[in-house]
Design a protein around this ligand. Structure first.
Ligand SMILES: C[C@@H](C(=O)O)C(=O)SCCNC(=O)CCNC(=O)[C@H](O)C(C)(C)COP(=O)(O)OP(=O)(O)OC[C@H]1O[C@@H](n2cnc3c(N)ncnc32)[C@H](O)[C@@H]1OP(=O)(O)O
Length: 313
């Protein structure tokens, strides 16, 4: 997507609004930034406003992170309050019908594909610190990171093919299937995507989706000190093994060498076929979004979740 179209889309998504925020702390630890998703009432679902914010953060890192003098070498992506992310903020679909329409689906899949493709190619080592749920788009987000640290209570679910009954709901919209194949393999990705199975930390350690597991889960919010937030602490330990030559004496590896390796390795994924693949994925997503099957599944989900109470999404 060219820069003008991207800026227009970011502006539009800010106007679409919604709750929550994506917060960027470049001074989280020496050389390590923290990006946190904050929309606690909806398990850190991404509202359009949050998608625009994430896109802007990634955009600015894309412009700066490759510079050898830029002080950051790594980044932790996490969710606030004991959960990672529950994908698109479904409350938007009950506030305005346009969010059930194909035009919005098309915009969202373009914006999120662009954001997460750039994110995965940043000249920074990235790790997702995952406590609680990473579901739907939230599961897709974790595939954009180089590594994943899960708490023992983490649950990963590519919910896309399953909405309680047999009807199709939607397909992957944030570029997650291609990245899942790159992390695992075609056979494993197919099983995970079609079954929509909830993966535990143990499942993910076995299949390779998790790189490290924290035996404890987070106790509180990100305002807690790192020492009492075990998933972030474990992610930091994992990163520090890469970044430091000598941790005890705080001697870091050369940041230009880290950046250069990241650049070489992320350019190995053949860019053109991947872009073509993204195109196929986006078309499939838009063709299913807003169709009867999806709308029925959404209704069903709301009914099941509400059990006769007020609408949840
Ligand atoms: C774009 C597309 C894509 O993947 O490409 C998508 O992402 S589509 C979105 C795909 N995501 C989903 O289908 C996830 C839907 N959510 C769930 O299945 C569940 O909420 C779990 C995430 C498994 C958590 O279950 P648990 O029983 O622990 O909590 P809960 O269901 O009471 O959820 C706590 C509160 O968060 C809200 N909540 C949860 N997920 C939400 C979402 N995606 N959008 C808006 N609100 C959401 C619930 O309605 C509830 O609100 P109240 O406290 O007011 O009752």
């Amino acid at each position: 997507m060219n820069q003008n179209n991207l800026k227009l889309l970011q502006k539009k998504f800010k106007l679409y609004g919604g709750l929550g925020s994506v917060d960027f702390n470049p001074n989280f630890q020496k050389s390590i930034a923290l990006v946190s998703l904050n929309n606690v009432e909806s398990k850190n679902a991404l509202s359009p406003k949050m998608m625009a914010e994430l896109s802007e953060i990634v955009d600015s890192l894309e412009n700066t992170s490759h510079d050898k003098n830029y002080p950051l070498t790594a980044l932790i992506l996490t969710g606030n309050k004991k959960t990672f992310c529950s994908g698109f903020d479904l409350r938007m679909t009950s506030s305005d019908n346009k969010f059930k329409g194909k035009e919005f689906a098309n915009e969202m899949t373009h914006l999120m594909n662009d954001t997460l493709r750039k994110f995965s190619k940043l000249s920074l080592i990235s790790i997702a610190a995952i406590d609680g749920w990473a579901i739907g788009g939230g599961a897709e987000l974790i595939t954009a990171c180089d590594f994943r640290c899960l708490s023992k209570n983490a649950k990963i679910k590519f919910v896309h093919s399953e909405m309680g009954v047999t009807t199709d709901y939607l397909t992957i919209g944030w570029g997650g299937s291609g990245r899942l194949i790159s992390i695992l393999n075609q056979k494993e990705a197919l099983k995970i995507l079609v079954s929509g199975k909830t993966l535990t930390a143990n499942d993910c350690l076995q299949n390779g989706l998790a790189d490290v597991v924290s035996e404890e889960s987070s106790y509180g919010s990100l305002t807690d000190t790192v020492s009492i937030n075990p998933v972030i602490k474990k992610s930091l330990d994992f990163l520090n093994d890469f970044i430091f030559v000598d941790k005890e004496n705080s001697i870091m590896r050369s940041s230009s060498s880290i950046k250069s390796f990241k650049k070489i390795i992320s350019s190995f994924s053949e860019e053109k076929p991947f872009i073509k693949f993204n195109e196929i994925e986006r078309d499939a997503f838009v063709s299913l979004w807003g169709e009867n099957d999806q709308l029925m599944a959404l209704e069903r989900k709301i009914k099941i979740k509400n059990a006769g109470e007020n609408k949840k999404y």
